[in-house]
Each structure stands twice: as C-alpha cells, then as structure tokens.
Design a binder for this molecule. Structure first.
Ligand SMILES: NC(=O)c1ccc[n+]([C@@H]2O[C@H](COP(=O)([O-])OP(=O)(O)OC[C@H]3O[C@@H](n4cnc5c(N)ncnc54)[C@H](OP(=O)(O)O)[C@@H]3O)[C@@H](O)[C@H]2O)c1
Length: 283
C-alpha cells in the first residue's frame, strides 16, 4: 500500500504568506484571489497605482470580501522596476510577515510593447527589461532572507516567475512585433532556471509559468490586432483563451505541497496554442 499522509492538505496553502506583484488586476489578481481561497494567512499585493478603478485599494477591498477566507489581503504601492522601490517594498513586507517569513513570491508585474521593429524607441526596451528581468532578479534577491525564513526541506518557499509562451517561441514580428518583450520573457525563463539551482539548497523552489493569451489590460491591444477573442480562440486547440481559474489552479499547485518537488520547470498555460502552428498550414 502507498502511504500519502499529506494527501488531505496537498493543495492547501493554509497559513502561508505571499507577495504578488501586479496584483491589482489581471493574472496577479486571479492568483492573489486563489491564494486567499486556498488558505493563505496574508497576501500582499503590489502595483504602482493605489487609487481608482484599476488601483490597489479596490483590489484589496474585493479580496478581503471573499467568502470563507481566514487570511487577509494588504496592498502596498511600489514600482518593482525600480531598485529603491523594491528595497522599500521588501522592508514593508518584512514588517508585515515578521518571524513567519515569506512563503511565496510571485513576480508577475510585466510590461509589453508592440510596434514595427524600426519604430521601437530605446525607452520601450528599457521599460521592458527593467520590469520583466532586472526587477525580478532584484525582488527575489531582496526577499531572499524572508523566503529562507519560511522555507523548510519538506515544504520549501516558492518563487513563481510569470513569463509568457513568448519566452520560448517567436510569436509576433512585423507591424505589431513584440521582439524585446519576447526576448525579455526568454530571459525570465532562464532566470527562473538559474534561481532553481541557486536557491534550491536554501529550501526555495523557483518555477516559471508561461501563459498564452488571457484577456487583460496588457493583452487587449494585441488580442484585438490579432482578430479578437473569437479569432484567437479558433486558433487554440482548446477553442478558447485563458480564464482566471486556469492560471489560479496552476499557481496554487506550484505553491502547495503537491508542487514541492518541482524546481526550475516551466509550465505553459495556453491550451496548447504554442504547438498549434501546424493547424494553420496552408499546404
Ligand atoms: N494576459 C496575457 O495574455 C499574458 C500572456 C502572457 C504573459 N502574461 C504576463 O502576465 C503578467 C501579468 O500580465 P496581465 O496580463 O495580468 O497584465 P495587466 O492586467 O495589465 O496587469 C499588470 C499588473 O502589473 C502592474 N504593474 C505594471 N507595471 C508595474 C511596475 N513597474 N511596478 C509594479 N507593478 C506594475 C499593474 O498595475 P499598475 O499599472 O498600477 O502598476 C497591474 O497590476 C505579465 O508579466 C505578462 O507579461 C500575460
């Protein structure tokens, strides 16, 4: 007989503490919601805007009204593309988590740019690389003492890097090309693999989630340029784009006991769209 003593709690995040960047909307808010529903005692979300329809405050209000949660959400305004902003944020997170430490860091905030190759200004590359790559490196570096505090050999702390399937394929060139975005996400994938080897011995796993298209503010321009939700759904083997539960489930799995031995993997959450180029063949 096989003995699975932890099975009843395998997908629970009971008592864990999490930091989710870009948690005010989109994929970050879906994951923050799931973490609270799965039992986290504290979920800190961060973004630049505090007020307004898309600001942190409205997201924190919604999170704290979730039915049945035992934990709470706290919002902190921070720019995670900025070194000083990261240090300040981590100081505030340290005050909140205290001796418990930080069990989960989700590096989700991201920037994109779409234009003809010739038209991309230097500022677009700087913005993308600062947030999608350098900011991720520095956030994990600065949260390391807090992650080390919370992780154990049998239940390590978790780093999730939200990259993109654009990090492994070449999704868009030409009129609405996303070349530097794609290159930044390839770097994010490889940063995650390096962190897996660097931090594994310190009881921290690092994994990469690579979403395909999920309707969001960041993706809406590209989605409409590529034929809208309906058009893109037809190109997807599963006949649809990503939905909140698709990303939420994978994030909870990677942060739960069920995912404790995964380190340095990238999971594409795209319904298989990255593989479906053959279906579009004109032969
Ligand atoms: N949606 C998709 O189809 C898709 C596909 C592949 C990969 N992804 C990746 O998924 C991640 C989330 O994207 P999303 O689609 O959910 O985007 P989104 O809805 O536009 O949300 C982006 C979040 O990041 C925050 N943010 C942006 N710049 C920031 C900065 N410098 N510092 C702190 N927070 C910042 C935004 O808030 P503020 O503007 O207030 O700062 C917001 O909370 C990104 O890394 C993206 O590349 C998304």
């Amino acid at each position: 007989m096989s003995v699975l003593p932890n099975f009843p709690n395998m997908f629970s995040l009971e008592g864990k503490t999490a930091l989710v960047t870009g948690g005010s909307r989109g994929l970050g808010l879906h994951m923050a919601t799931a973490f609270l529903l799965a039992g986290c005692s504290l979920v800190v979300i961060t973004a630049r805007k505090l007020e307004g329809e898309q600001g942190i405050n409205q997201a924190v209000d919604k999170l704290n009204k979730l039915a049945g949660i035992k934990g709470k959400a706290v919002g902190i305004a921070a720019n995670v593309a900025d070194s000083e902003g990261i240090v300040k944020l981590v100081g505030q997170v340290k005050d909140l988590v205290g001796e418990t430490g930080l069990s989960i860091v989700v590096c989700n905030a991201g920037a994109a740019w779409g234009s003809k190759f010739e038209d991309a200004p230097p500022s677009s590359s700087i913005k993308i690389l600062d947030l999608n790559v350098r900011g991720v490196f520095e956030l994990v570096q600065k949260t390391l003492p807090l992650l080390e505090k919370a992780g154990t050999k049998l239940d390590p702390s978790r780093v999730l890097i939200i990259s993109s399937t654009a990090g492994t394929n070449v999704p868009h060139v030409g009129e609405h090309g996303t070349i530097m975005y794609s290159a930044s996400k390839a770097a994010a994938h490889h940063l995650g693999r390096n962190l897996a080897v660097e931090l594994g011995p310190r009881n921290i796993t690092s994994n990469i989630i690579a979403p395909g298209f999920f309707p969001s503010k960041l993706a809406q321009g590209l989605i409409s340029n590529l034929g809208g939700i309906e058009g893109l759904s037809k190109d997807n083997p599963m006949g649809r784009l990503g939905e909140p539960e698709d990303i939420a489930g994978v994030a909870v799995f990677l942060c739960s006991l069920a995912g404790k031995y995964l380190n340095g993997v990238d999971l594409s959450v795209d319904g298989g769209a990255r593989l479906s180029v053959g279906r579009l063949s004109k032969l």
